[in-house]
Design a protein around this ligand. Structure first.
Ligand code: ADP
Ligand code: MG
Length: 238
């Protein structure tokens, strides 16, 4: 089944068109990576899927339903940003619970989900700490935990590791791959890092100046790039 579909999606900011007719299907439980140089439109595309930006033309569909006019909160997608935006005065546990309690989930159910997510993310011993008492990697895990407890239809990651140092990035990359296996959830992951794309993706979407240059498995893109841009970015020289 197709989880998320883009049909002829375009975006303009004023007179400037930054996304040009994007067609894309993301399947159930697929790990889909958007990759491309800075400014090519990765975040804009993700934000349109999330409903944080209107589409100028075309359609975004989730589970076959067009959601162009559906509020972000009703799309049941969870977005994880590079800036963790944790509440500094709240504990890890409160940070993870807060959004859920707001939507009316019971105290017991919230507690159960937070403990589950903490176990998956190895945050068990840290639930009473404040963000300032955590490392960068631990904070990023809390941000991911906050998404997990909402049990979203899909996870949207916008360069979640770009604030971390090189060693931690590798470690978190492994953890995100594991998270995908454990949860079996649909994930869209934005990065400008080719290695992250190659190691995490079921499907890589290579973007350039608001257009899809090529979409396919890491093996396909590496072995059989459509053009020199894709080859230069991901694949072997052609
Ligand atoms: P990426 O995430 O790939 O670095 P973005 O999606 O952030 O790229 O940006 C794509 C293009 O759209 C860029 O040229 C950027 O300057 C422009 N852009 C993004 N957001 C806005 C905005 N709110 N207003 C005007 N231009 C924008
Ligand atoms: Mg971006």
């Amino acid at each position: 089944m197709t989880a998320i579909e883009l049909r002829g999606v375009e975006k303009s900011f004023g007179a400037s068109k930054v996304i040009h007719g994007v067609d894309l299907a993301i399947e159930d439980d697929e790990f889909c990576v958007f990759v491309g140089p800075s400014g090519c439109g990765k975040s804009t595309l993700l934000r349109m899927i999330a409903g944080l930006e209107d589409v100028t033309a075309g359609e975004v569909a989730i589970d076959g339903q067009v959601v162009n006019d559906v509020e972000p909160s009703a799309r049941r997608l969870a977005m994880v940003f590079q800036s963790y935006a944790l509440y500094p005065h709240m504990s890890v546990k409160q940070n993870m619970s807060f959004g859920l309690r707001m939507t009316g989930t019971s105290k017991e159910e919230t507690e159960r989900r937070v403990l589950d997510a903490a176990r998956i993310l190895q945050l068990d011993g840290l639930l009473n700490r404040k963000p300032a008492q955590l490392s960068g990697g631990q904070r990023q895990r809390v941000a991911i935990g906050r998404a997990i407890v909402r049990q979203p239809r899909a996870f949207l990651f916008d360069e979640p590791l770009s604030n971390l140092d090189a060693e931690l990035r590798v470690q978190m990359r492994v953890e995100i791959a594991k998270l995908h296996r454990d949860l079996g959830a649909t994930m869209i992951y934005v990065t400008h890092d080719q290695v992250e794309a190659m190691t995490l993706a079921d499907k890589i979407v290579v973007l350039r100046a608001g257009r899809i240059e090529q979409a396919g498995s890491p093996t396909t893109l590496y072995a059989d790039p459509d053009n020199t841009f894709v080859a230069g970015f991901i694949g072997s020289p052609k």
